[in-house]
Write a protein that binds this ligand. Structure first.
Ligand code: ZN
Length: 111
């Protein structure tokens, strides 16, 4: 049979839940007012592949965006670094090839 103490406890937690639900509803309502229903419906939440943080983005960007704002910035920085490094390596290799070509053809660059 029902325990009277349990019933009292359940009623209390139900009241708390209702308050929380009301707060959440109020929060969502404020969000709607701020960004507009069209914007909210056209957004999607993604999980950052690097730090697992959530980021809200436009639905049409869902296939391109994989990172949160700070990880995206760090990723771009790293990509630029790799690009510069490869570019320098390619240039050095090219200079070396040209120097070898000149040497094998007995051509010297005038000082
Ligand atoms: Zn991140």
């Amino acid at each position: 049979m029902d325990n009277p103490n349990k019933v009292t406890k359940d009623t209390t937690s139900k009241t708390t839940q209702t308050t929380e639900t009301a707060e959440v509803a109020e929060h969502i309502k404020k969000q709607y007012e701020q960004v507009g229903i069209a914007t909210l419906l056209n957004t999607v939440e993604i999980v950052c592949v690097d730090c697992q943080a959530t980021r809200t983005i436009a639905k049409q960007e869902a296939f391109q965006v994989k990172r949160c704002v700070s990880c995206q910035e760090a990723y771009r920085k790293e990509q630029r670094k790799v690009y510069r490094k490869n570019r320098m390596l390619n240039l050095k290799t090219r200079v070396q090839l040209l120097e070898n070509l000149l040497l094998t053809n007995n051509i010297s660059i005038p000082a």
